[in-house]
Write a protein that binds this ligand. Structure first.
Ligand code: BGC
Length: 700
């Protein structure tokens, strides 16, 4: 393959090389289609993105005609001088036609297999539409729920981020991405986009190299190790250096340290935006800054297409840099098998998408993602008892698909009300809490509209809107049991209503089958097992709040006592902590034993299911590096296991920590292991530990 790539590069004109670096947008019934065909014939087009604008996650998605895509491909393959195929990309983020829960909810499953399977199904569905490449997974670690894009991310924890990265790459690309139904994946947004100031989308990020390496980088590192084909550079600047022009992160770290050999695509028009970021005042300079930093493909804005030749003539860019970018792009086109099979077969997708099997998987994942936050014993409900369903999101469908729902259609979604009807019977399901005289329980569907989540969306505060608080209070006044079901993308601060609710289920924007999955949990068909991938604050003012922050003098007893301003007026602990989530059964941990070898420290323990339901438990292992050369977090998740335990059964679990697990990046980006005392904790969440031990560890 490398030989073939060199042969091609040797034959390519400069225009053809620059063409490979050029990605244009294509939309259904495209008025520019003839222009694009001409570019393809001349070898001046390398890729198309199937999106109409830079906020594709919020748009009605049009159906692309395979015939049109194949015809454009034919112009490239059969009519251009070298016949290099185009690569078609689209944002297939958490489902194509069958919509799975939003990525943040997927992380709440803590389940590699489910995330991999969902990624695999969405890739298969997208492949029928002629897509070769998806702009997923999004791996931005985020601690700020004001940011609308928190819904697309794996949460606040680097280890969970790594799991999501590997599962997504494995599902999207498979072992061999040239196989039918597989796509090239794209790890985005590299890097630090999830830490923009105050959650304002595309604002600067002020994370130091130290924080960036330890918090943002691990998920990308894992994606590279899993063989990810492409990476997308981020919009934000990092301590003054835009990510799109950041040679240190794009080249020295991504390629030099992590060994990435695929290509980097810019984010939408991000090269042009180097002007707005103030590091350039002309397109030629922007082109040179981006390509010299390591951005290989230019998404949408035509800056490479229109400026690279001049940049070369003026000496701002050299030929080897252009050749290297072409080489990386051709490598992925070869790995995808595009040279052998450039066309997409035009199949009738009826019966191939939204299949029974896919819907079942979507329901399963949705159920696993839901987090039971409170239950005073009212749940599970008895089937056949009269319940009233109310609240602004009871009949909502579109929002349940969340932002970036690709080809998902609201008509396919099971609303919460419909879900309850299906599980509990139409005759037992009343549509209004005011009819509660006839029922024992009010189920109140709260949450947020999908259009206030996603790209370009920032909330100044995340408190629950007054009318939703009122909906709960009204139900409570009727003297019935009140169960709140949240259909939301981001964590919300709803401390005011916790006391009023007998139970709270966090059901997310859970996709096509969300309503049914939630109802099955409420009526005991499925025992909830999701755990929070992100901390829920009590007040907006606590943000950023995350379990794995560094220590300071205010940390005396509780690990959130450090926030003096909040603690003078109220509770400074989180409303719900990272890793929390209840079950209908009771898991008891005991019989802890430790084993130290030269290369690992193992903690083995038993978990008994002492309750009345079978169920999954997610056991978590945290460490604290007691004294280190840099300030280290209070605790860091280092291992977890999700285990199915039947009622009355006991399972034995072993968590194993190695030198790699206990290493961290120092302030200069070197991974170090410092022997010393480590506090190790086994718990059911970041706030509930069952066993703690401090050990001196000095691994080889
Ligand atoms: C978003 C990316 C997305 C791209 C293409 C950008 O505005 O930041 O996440 O992949 O558009 O739609």
């Amino acid at each position: 393959m490398e030989h073939k790539i060199e042969e091609l590069i040797a034959k390519m004109s400069l225009e053809e090389k620059i063409g490979q670096l050029n990605q244009e947008s294509i939309i259904a019934d495209n008025e520019r289609i003839e222009e694009l065909k001409d570019l393809a014939r001349q070898g001046k087009l390398g890729s198309c993105i199937l999106a109409a604008n830079g906020l594709a996650g919020d748009c009605e998605q049009e159906q692309f005609l395979i015939g049109e895509l194949n015809e454009l491909q034919r112009c490239a393959v059969e009519e251009s001088p070298l016949g290099i195929p185009l690569i078609y990309g689209r944002d297939i983020i958490h489902g194509c036609r069958t919509i799975f829960p939003i990525p943040l909810a997927q992380a709440a499953t803590w389940d590699y297999d489910l995330i991999r399977d969902a990624a695999s199904i969405m890739s298969r569905e997208a492949s029928y539409d002629g897509v070769h490449w998806t702009f997923a997974p999004m791996l931005d670690i985020c601690t700020d729920p004001r940011w609308g894009r928190i819904i697309e991310c794996p949460g606040e924890d680097p280890l969970l981020g790594k799991m999501v990265a590997k599962a997504s790459v494995d599902g999207i690309q498979g072992e061999d991405m040239s196989q039918p139904g597989k796509l090239a994946a794209c790890a985005k947004h590299y890097i630090g986009y999830g830490a923009s100031q105050a959650g304002r989308d595309k604002d600067p990020t002020e994370w130091s190299d130290y924080t960036m390496h330890n918090r943002a980088l691990p998920a990308f590192e894992e994606a590279v190790d899993a063989g990810i084909a492409t990476v997308m550079s981020a919009f934000n600047d990092i301590s003054g250096q835009p990510a799109t022009a950041n040679k240190y992160y794009l080249t020295d770290v991504l390629r030099g340290k992590l060994g990435f050999d695929g290509y980097v695509v810019s984010d939408w028009a991000a090269i042009e935006r180097l002007n707005c970021q103030g590091v350039s005042d002309n397109d030629l300079l922007s082109a040179a800054l981006a390509i010299n930093a390591g951005v290989d493909m230019d998404m949408f804005d035509g800056i490479y297409k229109n400026n690279l030749e001049q940049a070369l003539i003026q000496g701002a860019v050299n030929m080897e840099t252009i050749d290297e970018a072409v080489r990386r792009i051709l490598r992925i086109k070869f790995r995808l098998g595009l040279f052998d099979r450039p066309y997409t077969e035009d199949v009738n997708t009826t019966g191939r998408v939204l299949t029974k099997e896919y819907l079942q998987k979507a329901k399963e994942m949705s159920a696993h993602s839901m987090v039971l936050l409170k239950n005073n014993g009212v749940l599970p409900l008895k089937k056949g008892e009269k319940v009233a369903v109310s609240g602004p999101y009871a009949e909502e469908k579109e929002s349940l698909m969340g932002s970036w729902h690709a080809s998902g259609e609201a008509k396919d979604v099971v609303s919460f009300f419909e879900g309850v009807q299906q599980v509990n019977g139409i005759e037992n399901t009343l549509s209004d809490c005011n009819l509660a005289e006839q029922s024992d329980v009010c189920l109140v569907a709260l949450g947020e509209d999908w259009m206030i989540t996603g790209e370009g969306k920032t909330m100044p505060n995340i408190e629950l809107p007054e009318e939703q608080v009122a909906a709960i209070q009204q139900a409570k006044k009727l003297g019935k049991k009140v169960v709140a079901v949240f259909l939301a993308g981001r964590p919300l601060a709803f401390g005011d209503i916790v006391e009023e609710c007998d139970a709270i289920l966090w059901a997310w924007h859970g996709g096509t089958m969300c309503g049914l999955a939630a109802a099955e949990i409420l009526f005991g068909d499925f025992n909830p097992c999701g755990k929070l991938p992100v901390t829920f604050p009590r007040y907006t003012g606590q943000i950023p709040i995350h379990y794995n922050h560094n220590r300071n003098e205010y940390v005396l007893s509780g690990y959130y006592e450090h926030h003096p301003y909040v603690s003078t007026v109220g509770d400074s602990t989180p409303l719900y902590a990272f890793g929390e989530g209840l079950s209908y059964t009771e898991f008891v941990y005991d019989n802890f034993r430790c084993n130290k070898t030269d290369t690992a420290f193992e903690i083995t323990f038993d978990i008994h299911n002492k309750g009345k339901f079978d169920g999954f438990e997610i056991a978590q292992c945290y460490i604290q590096d007691v004294v280190a050369s840099m300030a280290r977090p209070i605790k860091e998740l280092k291992a977890f296991q999700k285990i199915y335990i039947k009622q009355g059964e006991t399972k034995t679990v072993t968590m194993r920590l190695t030198r790699e697990d206990l290493s961290f990046y120092d302030g200069r980006g070197n991974k170090v292991f410092e022997p010393g005392d480590f506090k190790l904790e086994i718990g059911t969440s970041s706030r509930h530990s069952c066993f703690t031990i401090t050990e001196y560890l000095d691994f080889r």
